[in-house]
Design a protein around this ligand. Structure first.
Ligand SMILES: O=C(O)CCC(=O)C(=O)O
Length: 261
């Protein structure tokens, strides 16, 4: 079971989160390693992003992977996205509701670490089960320490049994051996909803049995000392221009030169 954070009408209207709700978010996230946020974006906004994404990256959607993608499974490509219109919207990396939760979980000095996407092509098979990053020490302390890196998952099409959802194993961020834990959940996610996931959580993209490509946006936030050295071997972590660099700086810290690792 992955809990939905119960946001009140006032919280949606005022785009701010009450301290009690933040406490609940922290409790649920600590226990499950993920948190479901409903109705964060309007489906119309997601459709604008979806159309722009497909137009921009159409040339990458080939069975033979191009050098602009990084393979994260068969027919499953990680693609860097330039933060230019419409991806320069402040709602993506610095959404007030999401950022309030993220700062509560990772601290006020949180870093925006990366902005990227994963697209599965039609007939992509199940991805391998994995965590997003090796544990820090490979020892018991890894599952005692608080979260240090979070991935925000924003699907650009609805995730269901046809397009393939992301299977998650709640609680595995607190298990050193992630293969032991068997109770998984396959979330059905309409457009507009999003999910926060601890980097340590075990998960797997499921097969795309539809005829359309299935893109998901990922925004990563980390504590300032953490460096993701696994996921950006050939890709830029943040593709910024001068305008987005300037506007982002007012809301969140980031490393201006996010080199490939
Ligand atoms: O395609 C998916 O659903 C999951 C992809 C993912 O989370 C990953 O590659 O780390």
């Amino acid at each position: 079971m992955i809990q939905k954070l119960p946001l009140t009408k006032a919280e949606y209207r005022e785009q701010g989160i009450h301290s009690d709700t933040l406490e609940l978010a922290a409790k649920l996230f600590r226990c499950e390693g993920c948190l479901y946020l409903e109705n964060i974006y309007s489906p119309d906004f997601i459709e604008i992003l979806h159309k722009a994404y497909c137009k921009r990256h159409q040339h990458c959607f080939q069975d033979k992977p191009s050098n602009q993608v990084y393979l994260v499974g068969e027919k499953r490509y990680k693609i860097a996205i330039e933060l230019s219109s419409p991806f320069d919207s402040s709602l993506l990396c610095t959404h007030p509701l999401i950022l309030a939760v993220i700062k509560h979980l990772l601290g006020d000095d949180v870093i925006l670490a990366s902005f990227s996407s994963v697209t599965s092509l039609p007939s992509a098979p199940d991805q391998h089960r994995h965590r997003d990053h090796p544990m820090l020490f490979g020892a018991a302390i890894d599952v005692i320490i608080p979260c240090y890196a979070i991935k925000l998952i924003i699907p650009l099409v609805k995730l269901d049994n046809e397009t393939g959802t992301t299977r998650m194993w709640p609680g595995t961020h607190l298990n050193l051996d992630n293969t032991k834990h068997q109770d998984s959940i396959d979330l059905q996610v309409p457009t507009g909803d999003c999910i926060l996931m601890d980097y340590r959580l075990s998960h797997q993209g499921l097969a795309n049995q539809s005829k359309q490509v299935r893109p998901i946006l990922y925004v990563s936030y980390t504590r300032p000392w953490f460096q993701d050295f696994k996921n950006f071997k050939q890709l830029e972590k943040l593709k910024l221009n001068k305008k987005t660099t300037r506007s982002l700086r007012n809301s969140i810290s980031f490393f201006a030169k996010c080199k490939k690792t």
